[in-house]
Design a protein around this ligand. Structure first.
Ligand SMILES: NC(=O)c1ccc[n+]([C@@H]2O[C@H](COP(=O)([O-])OP(=O)(O)OC[C@H]3O[C@@H](n4cnc5c(N)ncnc54)[C@H](O)[C@@H]3O)[C@@H](O)[C@H]2O)c1
Length: 262
């Protein structure tokens, strides 16, 4: 299958850690030009070096994706360095699991900014460029929590549902310009070692929760009887970014071993 990705340029937000890192690795194997936009530039530089070792060009721009001006500067830097933005992956996300009744308005604002406002910022900042070129792909990392609803993930799941609805609406608006948008929803995807996530990763706080005993219970909810890896998500992103998917837009794909079936 011809993927047509070699030499194309891609921005991966949150590419320094866990799933974003796996996405970067998968694009790197396709020989792409990769810009990692992350708050954690130290960890991002390590991942950029890994991508270069896999055969791609890779750079880092320290960016807070909740800040529109910072995002515009990040997109400009990518165009200056690689000549274009062919693909944007909105991957940054964050949550702290708790019952909705125990949350407060500061928590809501933080979750909405990181998981939804970031997608609006980055998508707006690249769309004019993509429309002008009559070509582009925007992918977002959603979550099954945004499709089926999850215990202790009410606000987070709401933002991921918003990302799904946003993707459908904008797909309708920009399909005529050959710009496609799709969402990939991981299930639980745990970093395998401390090298795979950075200081700003949600896993810094929560990885210890997933003991072998807990994992054995969690895995029973997955028909394929294993949890996902960051590369499972990266492989789906590569397909959806590629020419092989050029008739697919506005869709949401769960890559979660059959955990949710929509
Ligand atoms: N890991 C899972 O089990 C899982 C399941 C479903 C969905 N997801 C989604 O997948 C995506 C990646 O999850 P992960 O587990 O790899 O997360 P992670 O916490 O390991 O990594 C997130 C990255 O985003 C960066 N970041 C955070 N806030 C930022 C900001 N404002 N600006 C720029 N960078 C910022 C962090 O520095 C970090 O590198 C998220 O959208 C998450 O909601 C994850």
């Amino acid at each position: 299958m011809e993927l047509g990705l070699k030499g194309k340029s891609v921005i991966v937000t949150g590419g320094a850690s866990n799933i974003g890192r796996g996405i970067v690795h998968c694009f790197a194997r396709e020989g792409m030009n990769i810009m990692i936009a992350d708050l954690d530039d130290g960890q991002a530089k390590k991942v950029a070096d890994e991508a270069k070792a896999l055969g791609s060009k890779a750079s880092v721009v320290k960016t807070d994706v909740t800040n529109y001006d910072a995002v515009e500067a990040m997109v400009k830097k990518t165009i200056d360095e690689f000549g274009a933005v062919d693909i944007l992956v909105n991957n940054v996300g964050w949550d702290l699991q708790q019952l909705f009744i125990d949350t407060n308005t500061d928590f809501w604002d933080k979750i909405i900014a990181i998981n939804y406002r970031s997608v609006l910022n980055c998508s707006k900042a690249v769309l004019g460029h993509m429309i002008e070129r009559n070509s582009g792909v925007i992918l977002s990392t959603g979550s099954d929590a945004g499709r089926i609803g999850e215990f202790r993930e009410a606000v987070y799941g709401g933002t991921k549902g918003a990302v799904i609805a946003f993707t459908k609406a904008v797909s309708r608006e920009v399909g005529r310009y050959n710009v496609r948008l799709n969402v990939v929803c991981p299930g639980v995807t745990i970093p395998q070692s401390e090298d795979e996530y950075g200081d700003d990763s949600g896993w810094k706080l929560s990885r210890g929760f997933f003991t072998e005993e807990v994992m054995a219970k969690v895995v029973k909810a997955y028909p394929l009887r294993r949890l996902g890896t960051s590369e499972d998500i990266g492989n789906a992103m590569v397909f959806l970014a590629s020419d092989a998917a050029n008739f697919i837009t506005g869709q949401t794909l769960s890559v979660s071993g059959g955990y949710s079936m929509m």
